[in-house]
Design a protein around this ligand. Structure first.
Ligand SMILES: [Zn+2]
Length: 59
């Protein structure tokens, strides 16, 4: 799956993505250098922070 390199918030596109594996789930954290927007993906779907916590807590 291609990584998004353009920030959906400011469209400036200085995005850093970190992928990790949590209990078999593919979690990816992305943050924008320009506007500090942060977002998460799990198994390729965008999720909110509470979903991330739920995934980690279920471990
Ligand atoms: Zn941004």
């Amino acid at each position: 799956m291609p990584q998004a390199t353009t920030c959906p918030e400011c469209k400036q596109g200085d995005v850093i993505s970190i992928s990790m594996n949590v209990s078999g789930r593919d979690l990816a954290f992305s943050t924008c250098h320009a506007c500090e927007a942060k977002w998460w993906h799990r198994d390729g779907e965008q999720i909110v922070l509470s979903d991330v916590i739920e995934t980690v807590v279920r471990t």
